[in-house]
Ligand binder design. Structure first.
Ligand SMILES: Cc1cc2nc3c(=O)[nH]c(=O)nc-3n(C[C@H](O)[C@H](O)[C@H](O)COP(=O)(O)OP(=O)(O)OC[C@H]3O[C@@H](n4cnc5c(N)ncnc54)[C@H](O)[C@@H]3O)c2cc1C
Length: 446
């Protein structure tokens, strides 16, 4: 009888694990949504009889920082497009705008053509890009980003006008939580992607042609698993000789092993008797963002010529400074479309209701120093249980502890979970025929 393995959660972490195991076990994929992909979530609209795939969360990747994912896409024959980078930051309070264009200019032009307030940000950005990599390499940046920037004397204007926007967009977290993230993680992002971070021209960023749903469909066809959609798993119990999986609709089945590839908090809420190493993922907290896919340009700079793939707005409302990213999907995904399509996250500017295509709530791990510290032991969760965890809250093993939260991190965790499933299935201690072993003796042995 073939081994039976369940994968719970059909984001990239779960798809990655299922893909690795496709020829080695009978696979069942459980997903609480009515679609597969998790944050690979494409909304398809029709314009003049042509389908246009609009990505609402995962959109971009590049080969150097996404080696596993890139190889996976190559194997599946996923068509990808070059993504022309570029960002623009616009402050609705002051009217100041700056972005890719300005950071390429020599200092004397900034002095001549731009307000004093921007000159300070420009100089701080140049200094940050010059000195921060040194601090990273000397391990002098493994503490909170807010404390790091204060220690090195960066201005409030730089923090508010540059750091906040980029971090809000890259890690999908609200401004007030950015200062807790490890400075090393923030710096590592720029080191990997050059000074512009997102859409830098020295790194060839890509998007998936037709939207990420293109890769999801190809992955599902290659995996060939049984799919159980729209039915959340409510309990996962490692009973020593097998794992029992129960769903909201009342189904209950036994598996030889399970990959639990939901977010960390969701995993702990359904996993009975977690091992101490599994329980340790409770350190990962999540932030919820309200994502809007729409066609209302009110959320952007008034100067259309300044629109870029990545746009970051700032405005003061009720005495509070608010920042929000706007993805201009037409530029980002190189769309051939009549309409302009935008994705905004937690945007304080009201979007006309008749221009809203879809509202989606996403949750994303908050990358704190605690979460980074957890990375030194997180893969211990892959021993001592038939239930293996995966998700973007694990770091990419090949890229290191600062590569958390991305599609590559999640993909890599799926590969590692599949490897651990193989070890479980190959270990006689875990054999279904070996009924003498109880769960506690297995744990003691490990
Ligand atoms: C707005 C936004 C933009 C992003 N853009 C990028 C980008 O461009 N590039 C990049 O690399 N990363 C990006 N990310 C990061 C992204 O989160 C990761 O790249 C990755 O997609 C996370 O994958 P995952 O499999 O860990 O989680 P998810 O994709 O969230 O998958 C988890 C799955 O588990 C399912 N699930 C949960 N509970 C249950 C249950 N009880 N039973 C059954 N199923 C369950 C969920 O429904 C979901 O499908 C973005 C994130 C956000 C929020």
């Amino acid at each position: 009888m073939p081994n039976r393995v369940a994968v719970i959660g059909a984001g990239i972490a779960g798809l990655s694990a299922a893909y690795q195991l496709r020829d080695e076990a009978e696979l069942v994929i459980y997903e609480r949504n009515d679609y597969v992909g998790g944050h690979a979530n494409t909304v398809e609209v029709i314009e003049d009889g042509t389908t246009i795939g609009l990505d609402t969360a995962f959109i971009v990747f590049n080969r150097p920082s996404y080696p596993g994912l890139s190889a996976f896409f190559d194997e599946l024959g996923v068509p990808v497009l070059a993504h022309e980078g570029g960002f623009n930051m616009f402050d609705l309070d002051t009217g100041v705008e700056f972005g890719t264009l300005e950071f390429d200019l020599p200092e004397h032009e900034i002095v001549e053509r731009y307000p004093e307030s921007f000159l300070g940000i420009w100089r701080d950005a140049q200094r940050f890009h010059a000195e921060a990599p040194r601090h990273f390499l000397r391990k002098q940046a493994e503490f909170g980003l807010g404390a790091y920037l204060d220690l090195h004397g960066y201005s409030e204007a730089f923090k508010r006008g540059f750091v906040v926007q980029l971090a809000t967009a890259v890690w999908s977290i609200p401004p007030e939580l950015i200062w807790q993230m490890p400075a090393s993680t923030f710096i590592a992002f720029f080191m990997a992607h050059d000074a512009e971070g997102l859409g830098g021209r020295s790194v060839a960023w890509h998007t998936v042609q037709g939207g990420s749903v293109t890769y999801v469909r190809k992955a599902l066809a290659a995996i060939g698993a049984e799919l159980r959609l729209d039915d959340p798993v409510v309990a996962v119990e490692d009973l020593g000789h097998w794992v029992e999986v129960r769903t909201l609709s009342g189904s209950s089945e036994r598996y030889d092993s399970v990959v639990l590839s939901t977010h960390a908090d969701q995993a702990l809420s359904i996993l009975g008797n977690p091992t101490p190493a599994q329980q340790a993922i409770e350190a990962v907290r999540y932030n919820t963002s309200s994502c809007l896919l729409h066609t209302d340009e009110a959320v952007l700079s008034k100067d259309r010529a300044r629109w870029r793939s990545w746009n970051f707005g700032t405005v003061t409302t009720d005495g509070q400074s608010r920042a929000w990213p706007v993805y201009h999907l037409n530029q980002l995904q190189d769309l051939n479309a009549r309409q302009d399509y935008f994705v905004t996250l937690d945007c304080p500017i009201e979007v006309a209701p008749d221009k809203v295509i879809k509202r989606i709530t996403y949750s994303h791990p908050i990358i704190t120093c605690e979460v980074r510290d957890l990375q030194s032991s997180i893969y211990r969760a892959h021993s001592g249980s038939r239930v293996l965890l995966a998700g973007s809250y694990f770091h990419s093993k090949s890229l290191g502890p600062d590569q958390i939260g991305s599609h590559e991190a999640a993909f890599s965790s799926g590969v590692e979970a599949a490897r651990a499933v193989r070890a479980v299935l190959a270990d006689p201690q875990f054999s279904r025929r070996d009924h003498a072993h109880s769960k506690s003796t297995q744990e003691e042995a490990l």
